[in-house]
Design a binder for this molecule. Structure first.
Ligand code: PBG
Length: 332
């Protein structure tokens, strides 16, 4: 009778207890690594629920103060503001109006937040255009890259004046980082930082976001957002954006583009972030609501996986809640 084989090498040793596992964990999520996207809607007194994003609100200029205070108290690193205007037009005029909802909200949030976290703003026209595109559309129905850059430059100036500290360039126009950087520098806003959505893919997972900002899109965004089939192209966009002066680059969505994220993180000279988008949020919430998945564990694991793939920080609609769980030690 031969003895049972005795493995000499036992990886299970380091997994045997919570204390061992904590000591050898390769990746951690800290509240400061999280950024909370926030929607602020024009002309409402009360926060309004978003049907496809249970738990997320369109805030009023009043209720947004509380959301920001809660995030800061939880230790969240920043907030990313999106405006939901009452009126839209072809040029997205509300985006460059100092009294437009996003610019007004930025002033309110900066005042509320002080130095507790970094106030960031979405720099894109789609929330403000009636056709729903991220840029100006010419008479052939094509999104005009270079004409759009002028709008972005003007939008950047208004956002910087309103107090935004980090501008999120999410429109995917060629040359947008350089155009915005030059405009800001010329006007003396040399300290306003730029987050480039470099690898932003034409994704079905933005679906609930359209609900959140009440935008209806004519056509699709495939002539400017990246083709989900392309891995190399995401890394190339990040290189171009860094050359143009991006302070941070981003990959978006996160969960279905972890390979792109890992590629960018492997070579980037600047911080690399990822955006866990509305559809990623909605999927976990829907499964959890059915009792098909453990909500807290699924949320924590989804963000941890994005960090593990290489994101230095993660934009997630769960930022405040997850930060509280982390601080309480409730994520295991
Ligand atoms: C563009 C923008 C979008 C999102 C963030 N910035 C929409 C889009 O490009 O279609 C999506 C975010 C999400 O789905 O959570 N302003």
């Amino acid at each position: 009778m031969s003895a049972a084989p005795r493995p000499r090498i036992r990886p299970r040793r380091l997994r045997q207890s919570p204390a061992f596992r904590r000591l050898v964990a390769e990746t951690r999520v800290h509240p400061a690594d999280l950024v909370l996207p926030i929607f602020v809607r024009e002309g409402v007194d009360e926060p309004m629920p978003i049907a496809s994003m249970p738990g997320v609100m369109q805030h009023s200029l009043d209720s947004v103060r509380r959301a920001v205070t809660d995030a800061a108290e939880a230790g969240v690193g920043g907030v990313m503001l999106f405006g939901v205007p009452e009126v839209r037009d072809a040029r997205g005029s509300g985006a460059t109006d100092p009294d437009g909802i996003l610019n007004v909200a930025t002033r309110v949030v900066r005042e509320e937040a002080g130095d507790a976290l970094i106030v960031q703003t979405d720099l894109c026209l789609d929330e403000f255009t009636d056709h729903g595109h991220c840029g100006l559309v010419d008479d052939r129905g094509v999104v005009d890259n270079d004409a759009t850059l002028e709008r972005y430059a003007e939008m950047a100036l208004q956002q910087a004046r309103a107090g935004s500290q980090l501008l999120g360039l999410s429109g995917m126009m060629d040359g947008q980082v350089a155009a915005v950087r030059d405009a800001l520098d010329e006007a003396g806003h040399t300290d306003t930082a730029l987050l480039a959505y470099s690898g932003k893919y034409a994704s079905a997972f933005y679906g609930p976001f359209r609900d959140a900002v009440e935008s209806t899109l004519e056509g699709d965004r495939r002539t400017y957002q990246l083709d989900p089939a392309n891995r190399r192209e995401g890394a190339r966009e990040a290189v171009l954006d860094i050359e143009e002066g991006a302070d941070v680059v981003m990959v978006k969505p996160a969960g279905t583009y972890l390979d792109v994220l890992a590629d960018v993180a492997a070579t980037s000279e600047v911080p690399v972030w990822a955006y866990q988008v509305s559809g990623e949020y909605a999927m976990i919430e829907a499964a959890a609501a059915h009792g098909w998945i453990d909500r807290r564990r699924a949320v924590a694991e989804s963000v941890l996986g994005i960090r593990r793939a290489g994101a230095d920080a993660v934009l997630t609609y769960w930022a405040t809640e997850l930060a509280r769980w982390i601080t309480a030690g409730d994520t295991e």
